[in-house]
Every structure is written in C-alpha cells, then in structure tokens.
Design a protein around this ligand. Structure first.
Ligand code: NIG
Ligand code: FE
Length: 401
C-alpha cells in the first residue's frame, strides 16, 4: 500500500463527481488550507489540513492551490506534415471548407500521415502529448482520422496504443472525410470491416464521425453509429462546425457520449443537448484559429446542458498545445465562468469519454491533480501563457511534467 498526505494546499477547488449539468457546473467545493490523502492512486480523504488523518508519507506543497487533473476530451494529436500553406491561404481569405473541397486541408494531412512510418508518427506525437500533460492534462483523448485507407487508420490507433503506457490516453476511431469516389462502399466497409476490426483488436473505445456538408451526412452517420454500437463501442460526433445539418439531433437521439464543435448550433440544437445526457464539447481553439463564431456554451449551460471543453489539437483548425489554455479561452470566447470552465475541463470532459472515475478530487476518485504556481485556484482559468500549472500528478501512469 502506498499512502501520501499532501499538505500546504492554500486552496483545493474541485467539482463534485460528474457529470455536472447547467448551474451545477458553477458550484465548486473550495477548501482553504486543505490536505489531500492519496492511497494507492486514489483519493482517500480531502478536507481542512487541521483535521487531516496521519499518513505514512507527507509532502508539503508550500501554500499552492490544487485542482483536479484536466481531461482533454478531443484531440487529433497523431499527424505528420503541416498546414502552414493552408493557414496563409486562409489569412488571404480562403475558407477551411474551400480548401477541403479542393483536396487540401484534412486531405493533405492524410497524405503526409500516410507517408510517415509508425515510428516517425510516434516520435511526432510524443512531444505533443508531453505539452498537453505539462499544461495540466492527466487524461487525453486521441483520434485517428488521417488514414488514407483502413490500414492507415489502424496504424494511427497503433501509435496511440504504443504511447498508452507513457500517457493516460483514450483512443477514438474517427471517420473523418469520405473518399472522392465510391463513397457508399467506403461507408459499408467502415461498418462491416473497419469498426469490427478496431473493436476486435481493442484499439478504440469510441467511434466519432465528422458530420458536415463537406464530410458525412446524417444518414451515413446513423449507419456508422449503428455499427459502432453493435460492436460495443461508444459514439461521439463532430457536428455543427460550419452548418447544423442534423448531426447533433441524431447524436442526442442515439445516446452519444458527446457532440463536439457546435459553433453553428442554434436554438434547436441547444435544446436537444440540454434535454439529453450527451455532453456538449466546445473547442475555443477553433474559434480563435479559424475565426469562427464561438460555440454557445453560455446558452448551453443556462439551458441545463452538460458542457465540456477541449483543445481539438490538430494542424488544420486548432494548433493549440495547452489544455489549460483551452480552459482559459473558454472563459473569454465561450463566456463560461472560471468555475464552470473548471468543471468543463475535468468531470464533464471525463464524462464525454465515458469515464466516471476521475475529474473530481473526492474519495474514491483517481488522484490526478495539478498544483498551480500560486495560491489561488482561479489562476488556472486566468493565465494566457506562462505556467499556471506547475506540477502534474497522475495516479496510474508513468507520465510526469
Ligand atoms: O475537429 N473539422 C474536422 N476535423 C478537425 C480538423 C482536422 C483538420 O483540419 O486537420 C476539427 O476541427
Ligand atoms: Fe476535431
């Protein structure tokens, strides 16, 4: 048995175990002059230091604030090549969708990723995960989706598997863009070959689809979701990024873990999410990088939805390498309060991955936590750059920052 009592915590701020919906997102438990007892990787006790139990080991954190480890519920951290030319074209007025329709954008990253070896992809991915971890992420979701063919999709998931021992990762199979020809056959292959193979090899826990005018339609998405469910995998969705074409409604109807993006969501989509247990994940890095409208996180919380925040780390729409910065940007761009943003990046982000064992520093939860640079927990939502998160403690893996 290993047991450590962390003392010298000026403030410990945490949401209660999740998911936290609507107004609950703003209600944190804040303990001044706190202590945290960790036993075998789990929180055993948390409360005022004056009442702390004895423990075999003690670590004094020197008067700094503690918050739960952040959960990044949406990244595309495995890719090769870059999108600097696309970015410059966008600065000259081209749109993300135009570039994709011309065969660039996501498709150019697919070509570069196909040309890289497994080892090269692993080497490219490792420092990206290291940066997310250093920013406070103790669990990171990583998607495939840049595979030119099924073998390439499996290869991306294999990269995630290789890095699994170093970082705490949740792999997702992403069905990203349809081929230019034989689209119906592709979807059939996804349902009948790729998804069963991924499930058989245990390479992913969820299946995600990009439902958009330039990608998959609602009917195709439904077929892919049905195959995912038949193979015991969770479902998630990229929807309403540019146009609300019905993906959000479908995902809520089918019990998806989350719908992500939502920049183009309106009243109907907000209502569907608020009435469901599907998490609404907003991605402020996309708003900043592509200049899209911000997803209506404020309205979603006010309507009673479960809102999460992620980086969407990827080379095309969100080159954002800090989960803490995503949290801080969601306050500025999506109008969450600091407390709501912390709930969004911890318990609710965990729930977006189907995980209920983390995101809250409460007895029985994983003892994943961040020690901030200063004494006030709000620094984690305030700082834009710098190093608000000074130490990252992750209970069950070798990762360290
Ligand atoms: O979440 N919009 C679809 N997919 C990604 C972007 C991927 C890319 O541009 O490479 C996203 O924004
Ligand atoms: Fe994405």
């Amino acid at each position: 048995m290993s047991e450590t009592l962390f003392t010298g915590i000026s403030q410990l701020a945490t949401p209660r175990p999740g998911p936290r919906r609507g107004a609950e997102m703003g209600q944190l438990d804040i303990t001044e002059q706190a202590a945290l007892l960790v036993r075998d990787g789990l929180v055993a006790w948390v409360g005022p230091a004056a009442q702390a139990p004895d423990a075999a080991n003690e670590v004094n954190l020197g008067g700094r604030a503690v918050v739960p480890g952040l959960v990044d519920p949406h990244t595309h951290a495995v890719w090769a090549g870059h999108r600097l030319a696309d970015w410059e074209a966008k600065l000259q007025g081209a749109t993300y969708e135009d570039i994709l329709a011309r065969g660039g954008g996501i498709r150019s990253t697919m070509r570069a990723t196909a040309a890289a070896t497994l080892e090269a992809l692993e080497q490219l991915t490792r420092p990206r995960l290291q940066r997310l971890t250093a920013s406070g992420a103790t669990t990171v979701e990583v998607k495939s989706g840049y595979g030119l063919d099924f073998a390439a999709e499996l290869r991306m998931l294999e990269v995630v598997r290789r890095l699994q021992g170093v970082y705490e990762l949740q792999p997702t199979l992403l069905i990203h863009v349809p081929p230019e020809e034989n689209r119906a056959r592709y979807v059939q292959g996804v349902c009948e070959e790729l998804i069963p193979e991924v499930a058989h090899q245990g390479l992913a826990t969820s299946v995600d689809v990009f439902t958009e005018k330039e990608a998959f339609n609602v009917q195709e998405t439904r077929a892919i979701f049905e195959a995912a469910r038949a193979n015991g995998l969770h479902i998630k969705l990229h929807a309403d990024q540019f146009h609300a074409i019905g993906g959000t409604e479908l995902a809520c109807e089918m019990g998806a873990l989350s719908v992500d993006h939502l920049e183009a969501s309106g009243e109907a989509q907000i209502r569907a999410l608020a009435e469901s247990d599907t998490v609404a994940t907003v991605l402020p890095g996309v708003t900043l990088h592509l200049g899209l409208p911000a997803a209506p996180a404020r309205a979603l919380v006010d309507a009673g939805a479960i809102v999460a925040v992620g980086t969407d780390l990827n080379p095309g729409s969100s080159p954002l390498f800090s989960t803490q910065l995503a949290l801080a940007l969601s306050v500025r761009l999506n109008k969450l309060t600091p407390a709501e943003a912390l709930s969004a990046c911890t318990v609710n982000a965990a729930h977006a991955l189907g995980l209920s064992d983390r995101g809250s520093l409460s007895p029985g939860q994983r003892a994943d936590f961040c020690v901030l640079a200063g004494p006030d927990w709000r620094e984690v939502a305030y700082a834009l750059g710098g190093q608000a998160v000074q130490e990252v403690h992750c209970a069950h893996s070798a990762q360290a920052a």
